[in-house]
Design a protein around this ligand. Sequence first.
Ligand code: DCP
Ligand code: CA
Ligand code: CA
Length: 368
Amino acid sequence: MISIPVLNRIVAHLDLDYFYAQVEEVDDESLKDTPVLVCGVSGRTEESGVVSTSNYKAREYGIKSGMPIALAKRRLNGIQASFIRMDHGKYEMYSDRVMEVLRGEVDVLEQAGIDEAFFDVTKRAAGDYDVAAASALQLKTKILREEKLTCSIGIGPNKVVAKIASDFKKPNGLTVVRIDQALAFLSPMSIDRIYGVGPKTTKLLEENGIATIHELASATTERLEDLFGKKLAVYLHNASNGTDDELVIDRGGVSQLSRMITLKHDTDDSGQIVAELLPAIRDVHEKLVSKSLFFRNVSAIGILKDLSIHTRSKTLETPTNDYSVLEKEVRELLPALLHGVGDLRRVGVRISDFQDMMDQRSLTEFTS
Ligand code: DCP
Ligand code: CA
Ligand code: CA
């Protein structure tokens, strides 16, 4: 029998502050100190769409992610503010570079979204929270120096605590929750702060009189099992008691998956293009599933005879690993891509902005 020594783990979670909007500030320093809103324009007019995120100045006026652009404009009526169209490729470039910096500094890195990652620092800090905190500060300084971006870091005995801790003091925060403080730290928080607990789980728990993490920790596992099945019940029990034991897993830093094909004949017929592209879409989807990832961003890519590259992309409301969603989005992106560009020679599909939500609790959140 292999015996695994029980170590007191130290886990960190890093989350970049107001990410898309901060990148825009780095690109254009004149934006700083005024409200900056990054917008995902979805329809025909500039106003039909939602705010992806905004800087903290904008948040002072009640601007929130997901808010309709028209409403945000009303809130900022008469105030000098910048509404910037989302440039997903640019944010991914910054994300990749920050992850690269992190990768060089930590033992095991698990990217958990475009602007966040977990890392295990148990060994590096030799189990000492003060050492972990000091190296987190160094990391913050390095990311600020190299990419001009601020972030917030949470340190705790596990992923659930670290994730909540990184969000505790924002922006530019560092929050350390030692193992003996974990329960008191978690208890008063609302259940939806737990990593992986989304609107559906929250609703069901609230309907059962459970709104705080303390109330969740007090619920019997039998009761949770009746509501959610064994796997999620065990997770919720551990998470709320500060004893979550999910490992930090390095998935090899995949930030995008793509496949290009060469069309049999150059064409601008989107039906024909989709028919030839289907195996590539399936291929990309298979890779996604094999890596236990969910994507939020999908692009259709076209290359013309003159080798010019054209892309159209879309960011989904929630991450998914559903094949039919992927195929439907590509089918919808192609006509927009083809509009006014002429015959394509090569065509491809690309997915990115991965979230690692591979287990059952997330599946219940995002696919049902
Ligand atoms: N995002 C989005 N739509 C949402 C929420 C987020 O497009 N409804 C995008 C824009 C964000 C990025 O994802 O910049 C990261 O999301 P976070 O939840 O980490 O939020 P921010 O980084 O913007 O702000 P914070 O400082 O609170 O982390
Ligand atoms: Ca963030
Ligand atoms: Ca985030």
